[in-house]
Design a protein around this ligand. Structure first.
Ligand code: CDP
Ligand code: CDP
Length: 213
């Protein structure tokens, strides 16, 4: 079974992806880390984020076994990721790697922006997770404070709004729910309630699949 979870920043898709994968005993890929890693690599090498050929080369050279989530989730990293994620050659360079992951024996859960629309249009289950920008900023700000990062709630909210706008407006693989995605608004849901709601969506899809034989 392939489970596609898309949604904007800090909607909870990573947490849901991880918990669903553990529950269903499926592999899990947080595809945002791929874009974060490309941006990180370019900046660490002293480069900029606007050279499409150089960024695509960095994307082609990415090895998902070496992704370090801790180093990639700091303030500013999401912004850089969303800048290079708008470059079509970068996205093209990452398609096969994600599809290979999705098609591994046993199935997988992938979360991102374009999993249900572009990477896995035939996924068995598609969930589009949302929450208000203010609630998402509150969550992400809490994470940064927990890591000892000094950043204000207003800065986090501005970053989230800027990323939402860029990710939604870009021409290639914009952030939007697939037509056959189930929408899950977690503004009023804690992690446990969101997990139960997502699991119910997955189980209903599993039953539909089973009844089709
Ligand atoms: O966790 P959060 O939603 O804050 O960010 P992320 O999922 O790590 O994604 C960082 C950035 O990568 C996003 O703002 C998108 O621009 C980009 N991205 C994408 O374009 N497509 C994906 N499948 C995943 C991430
Ligand atoms: O992957 P994405 O950026 O969509 O979000 P996440 O990293 O899964 O969640 C962002 C933060 O919100 C984490 O600290 C989660 O624990 C928290 N969260 C929450 O408080 N309530 C939810 N319903 C989902 C996530």
């Amino acid at each position: 079974m392939i489970v596609a979870i898309d949604g904007p920043a800090a909607s909870g898709k990573g947490t849901l992806g991880k918990r669903l994968a553990a529950h269903l005993r499926l592999a899990h890929l947080d595809t945002g880390l791929l874009y974060r890693a490309v941006a990180h690599r370019l900046l660490a090498a002293g480069g900029t984020l606007d050279d499409e050929a150089v960024a695509a080369e960095a994307a082609r050279n990415l090895d998902i076994r070496t992704l370090d989530p801790e180093a990639l989730r700091g303030p500013g990293m999401g912004e850089g990721a969303s800048v290079i994620a708008a470059l079509p050659a970068v996205r093209a360079a990452l398609v096969e790697l994600q599809r290979d992951f999705a098609n591994q024996p046993g199935g997988a859960v992938l979360d991102g922006r374009d999993i249900g629309t572009v990477i896995c249009p035939d996924a068995h289950v598609k969930v589009f997770v949302t929450a208000s920008a203010e609630e998402r900023a509150r969550r992400r700000h809490g994470e940064f404070l927990g890591r000892g990062e000094s950043v204000t709630y207003e800065e986090v909210l501005a970053d989230i709004r800027a990323r939402d706008a860029r990710d939604t407006a870009r021409a290639t693989a914009p952030l939007r729910p697939a037509e056959d995605a189930c929408l899950l608004d977690t503004t009023e849901l804690d992690i446990e309630a969101a997990f139960r709601a997502a699991l119910a969506i997955v189980e209903a899809a599993g039953q539909r699949l089973a009844s089709r034989g």
